[in-house]
Unconditional design. Structure first.
Length: 99
C-alpha cells in the first residue's frame, strides 16, 4: 500500500508520461493485462487511457487493471489511469520513505 506522500511523488513522476495502452470497447482482457504487466516490469510507472467507447465504468476499469496486474492504482484522472509496480529486475524509481 502506498502512502499519500508516495502517491504524490509518483503522480509528479507520471505527469510527463504519455499513455502507452488504451482500453476500448472490449474492456479489460487477459491479453491486455499480460502486456501491461510486461510494460510495468520494464517501466514501473505507466499511463493507460480509457477510450470514450469503453462501456465499463472508468473506476471499475482502473480497479480491474490494478488488480489484474497486481499493481498500485496511483491515480485516475479523467479517463487516464496511472499504475505503479516496483520492478524486480529494472528498479528505477526510488520511493520516498514512509514517515
Amino acid at each position: 500500500m502506498l502512502t499519500g506522500k508516495q502517491k504524490r511523488f509518483l503522480r509528479s513522476q507520471a505527469h510527463h508520461l504519455s499513455p502507452i495502452f488504451q482500453v476500448g470497447k472490449g474492456g479489460v482482457n487477459e491479453h491486455m493485462l499480460k502486456q501491461i504487466q510486461e510494460a510495468l516490469e520494464v517501466r514501473e510507472l505507466i499511463k493507460i487511457s480509457i477510450l470514450q467507447n469503453c462501456e465499463d465504468d472508468k473506476q471499475e476499469v482502473a480497479e480491474q487493471l490494478a488488480k489484474g496486474t497486481k499493481a498500485e492504482l496511483v491515480q485516475l484522472i479523467g479517463l487516464t489511469v496511472v499504475l505503479y509496480k516496483a520492478s524486480k529486475n529494472n528498479k528505477k524509481i526510488e520511493l520516498p520513505t514512509r514517515g
